[in-house]
Design a protein around this ligand. Structure first.
Ligand SMILES: [Zn+2]
Length: 320
């Protein structure tokens, strides 16, 4: 499916050309702060000498999802992007504004709901527009790195578009602990790329504003698996052996039946059996303690780490 004839190509971003065998850091000016400070987005282009696919690795589409930024940064300092074949386009932090404001949004808007964007729209919409026009146009496929929301910790997982057979194949090559097809969300980055026949994997690991060592490690290893599969990196790069990831076909959130203090007793990522107690919801004065049980067998793929829970809050994400 990926055995197409790749050609050596010159990558052009914002008028800067990067020929085969060349690496460049390009800073794309995106906006000015009210103080006049110029805001730029750094984009690295590592163009190998030999022909191969062009891959986008993107972090920080949501500005507070710091694991995505950190895992890309680590690969940069580890020189993991020494590319021999094909090309890797790396965007370490797309949403600079969200990062500065500890927010997933950009000026109050979710960039991941603004695609394909417009040239004259809000900042988030312009960001989406230029990402599609300047970067995506160059790539064969990509990995978009994310984390769970605030206090909601995703066990490392890779998500792909059900309708896209190539995306599923890439997810299997990536080999995260869990993988599953997820629906295309209107106006999302993955949806816009799908319309351009560009498969995008979404990696999710950990939670926003908290670095998670396991997620960073799994994200890096998965990326290296992809680069290795297409022979883009040196054979000497060591990738730790990983167990084969588990394919999830059905997912459900368990919601709180009570309000109160919430405490978990199971590890994120673990296998659970129907009827097993996963945690407790207690009142604040020691009168009640309700067990939270799983209604089915499965794997815990996300946990809500917030200790104060309201009725109906999503607390455990179970995959089957
Ligand atoms: Zn996200």
């Amino acid at each position: 499916m990926f055995e197409k004839e790749y050609k050596n190509k010159t990558i052009e971003v914002r008028g800067y050309k990067v020929v085969s065998g060349e690496s460049k850091l390009i800073k794309i000016p995106i906006d000015r702060l009210p103080t006049g400070t110029l805001i730029e987005i750094p984009v690295y282009i590592f163009n190998g000498k030999e022909a191969g696919p062009t891959i986008l690795l993107q972090g920080g589409l949501h500005g507070d999802e710091v694991n995505s930024v950190e895992l890309i940064r680590r690969m940069l300092i580890n020189k993991d992007y020494k590319i021999y074949k094909g090309c890797v386009i790396v965007v370490p932090l797309l949403n600079v504004f969200g990062f500065l404001n500890f927010s997933r949004d950009m000026h109050g808007k979710d960039v991941n709901r603004c695609f394909p964007g417009s040239k004259k729209g809000s900042l988030a919409s312009r960001m989406a527009f230029y990402l599609m026009k300047e970067i995506v146009e160059n790539v064969d496929f990509g990995i978009d790195f994310h984390t769970g929301g605030e206090q909601r910790c995703n066990y490392p997982q890779i998500r792909y578009t059900l309708e896209d057979e190539r995306a599923k194949q890439l997810a299997t090559i990536f080999n995260a602990p869990y993988q599953f097809a997820s629906k295309l969300i209107p106006k999302s980055f993955r949806n816009a790329c799908y319309k351009h026949h560009i498969p995008i994997l979404v990696f999710e690991g950990g939670e926003s504003l908290r670095l998670d060592r396991l997620s960073i490690k799994k994200g890096i290893n998965g990326t290296l698996n992809i680069l290795r599969y297409f022979n883009m990196i040196a054979k000497s790069v060591v990738i730790p052996e990983m167990e084969k990831g588990i394919e999830i076909t059905n997912r459900k959130w368990i919601r709180a039946k009570y309000a109160g203090l919430f405490r978990t007793i199971v590890k994120n990522g673990s296998a659970v059996k129907k009827g097993q107690t996963l945690g407790y919801i207690m009142d604040t004065y020691g009168e009640t303690s309700f067990k939270v049980k799983t209604p089915y067998d499965g794997y815990i793929i996300a946990v809500n780490n917030f200790p104060i829970i309201n009725m109906g809050d999503a607390i455990f994400h179970i995959g089957q």
